[in-house]
Design a protein around this ligand. Structure first.
Ligand code: A2P
Length: 342
C-alpha cells in the first residue's frame, strides 16, 4: 500500500474527546506504542477546556474543539459522539488531515471506509479521496477479527450473535453509574438511574441504543450492517445486544454456519494462527476467555470452540475483548499506524 502521509519524523495529532473514556485510552495507547507525535492537541467541549491531561509525563492543556483551527494537523482521532463527528470531521478533513472517527456517524456512508486492520486494511485506499476513516462499533470489531480467518478458509453463510456488553461502551458517565448504583444497593440505598434505561447494577438490560421499527435496536443493526461492509461478503447476520454489569470488556456468544465443513479443530488452528487473536480453549481445565483476562489486553480472546450439534456446518465461539482498547482506541491507533507506514 502506498503512503497516506508524507514520511516525517513526527506527526501532528489531535485527540477529540480527550477527556472521555475512549479518548483517555487513545492517549494511553499512542504513548505505549510510541506513536511519533510532534504536536499533540487534546480537544474536548468548552466544559473541560482549560483542564489538563498527561501524556508521557508532560501536561497538555485541553482546548475547546469549537474554537480550534485544524490547519497543520496530520491525524485527528475523534471520540466525542456522533453529532460532534458529523459537524467537525468534514472540517478537519477539508483542512488536510486524516480523521479516524470512532462514532457511528460515518460508518455506513458509501464513500467512507470502515476498517479493522486485521480484516480489511485494503479498504483504507478510499480514505485518500475524502480523508475520513470510520472505526467500527466495538462489538463488531471483536467479532469480525474472529470471523475473518474462518471465512477465508470456508465462506460463512450466517452468524447469530448475542452480546454481553460492558458499561464503558456507553462512556465515562456510565462507568460511574454502575459503580454508584452498586455502592447504593450494597448499602441499602435507592440507586439513581440516569444513563441507562434501567438499573444496571445487579441487572441485565437487553437494550443498547434506540429501538427501531422492526424491533431490533440500533446497536444490533450496527453489528449486522457493519459486519457485512467490513467482511465485503453477503453474510446473513442477526444479533441480540445486551448490557451487563461489567466495567470493561465485551463478551459474545457467536454461532456460525459455513458454506461447507469446518471442524472445531480446524477453526481452533486457524484462529490460533491469526493476527490479534489469543485462543484459550481447554474446557477440561476449565480454561476459557474471561473478561478479567481480556481487560487491558490488546487481543481478541476466543474459546468454547465447538460444533453446533443442532445444525450442519455450524460452530459456536465465545469471543471476549477489551471494548475500549481493541473495540475502539487501539483499532483507531492501528489505523493511524498504517497511515504513517512507509
Ligand atoms: P467534555 O469532557 O468536555 O464533556 P465519554 O464517551 O466518556 O462520555 O466522553 C465524551 C468525550 O467527548 C469527552 O471528552 C467530552 O468532552 C467530548 N465531547 C462531548 N461533546 C463534545 C462537543 N460538543 N465538543 C467537543 N467535545 C465533546
Amino acid at each position: 500500500m502506498s503512503n497516506f502521509l508524507p514520511a516525517k519524523d513526527a506527526y501532528n495529532v489531535a485527540v477529540i474527546g480527550a477527556t472521555g473514556a475512549v479518548g483517555a485510552v487513545m492517549l494511553e495507547i499512542l504513548g505505549e506504542r510510541d506513536f511519533p507525535i510532534g504536536n499533540l492537541v487534546p480537544l474536548a467541549s468548552s466544559r473541560s477546556a482549560g483542564s489538563t491531561i498527561e501524556f508521557k509525563g508532560r501536561d497538555y492543556v485541553v482546548q475547546d474543539l469549537a474554537d480550534f483551527d485544524p490547519a497543520g494537523l496530520d491525524i485527528a482521532l475523534f471520540s466525542a459522539g456522533g453529532d460532534t463527528s458529523l459537524e467537525y470531521a468534514p472540517r478537519f478533513a477539508d483542512a488536510g488531515c486524516f480523521v479516524i472517527d470512532n462514532s457511528s456517524a460515518w460508518r455506513m456512508h458509501d464513500d467512507v471506509c470502515l476498517v479493522v486492520p486485521e480484516v480489511n486494511p485494503q479498504a483504507l485506499e478510499m480514505a485518500k479521496l475524502n480523508h475520513i476513516i470510520a472505526n467500527p462499533n466495538c462489538s463488531t470489531i471483536q467479532m469480525v477479527v474472529a470471523l475473518k480467518p474462518l471465512n477465508d478458509a470456508v465462506p460463512i453463510k450466517r452468524v447469530v450473535v448475542s452480546t454481553y456488553q460492558a458499561v464503558s461502551g456507553a462512556g465515562g458517565r456510565a462507568i460511574k453509574e454502575l459503580a454508584e448504583q452498586t455502592r447504593s444497593l450494597l448499602s441499602g440505598k435507592e440507586p439513581e438511574v440516569e444513563v441507562f434505561p434501567a438499573r444496571i447494577a445487579f441487572n441485565i438490560i437487553p437494550h443498547i441504543d434506540v429501538f427501531m421499527d422492526d424491533g431490533y435496536t440500533k446497536e444490533e443493526r450496527k453489528m449486522i450492517d457493519e459486519t457485512r461492509k467490513i467482511m465485503e461478503a453477503d453474510i446473513a447476520v442477526t444479533a441480540t445486544t445486551v448490557r451487563v454489569p461489567v466495567f470493561y470488556s465485551h463478551s459474545e456468544a457467536v454461532n456460525i454456519t459455513f458454506d461447507g465443513p469446518m471442524s472445531a479443530d480446524k477453526a481452533r488452528e486457524l484462529l490460533a494462527a491469526a493476527d490479534g487473536i489469543c485462543v484459550v480453549d481447554d474446557p477440561k481445565n476449565e480454561d476459557y476467555p474471561l473478561v478479567s483476562d481480556a481487560t487491558g489486553s490488546d487481543s481478541v480472546w476466543v474459546g468454547r470452540i465447538r460444533k453446533d450439534n443442532s445444525l450442519i456446518n455450524s460452530l459456536h465461539l465465545w469471543v471476549v475483548a477489551d471494548n475500549v482498547r481493541k473495540g475502539a482506541a487501539l483499532n483507531a491507533v492501528q489505523i493511524a499506524e498504517i497511515l504513517i507506514r512507509e
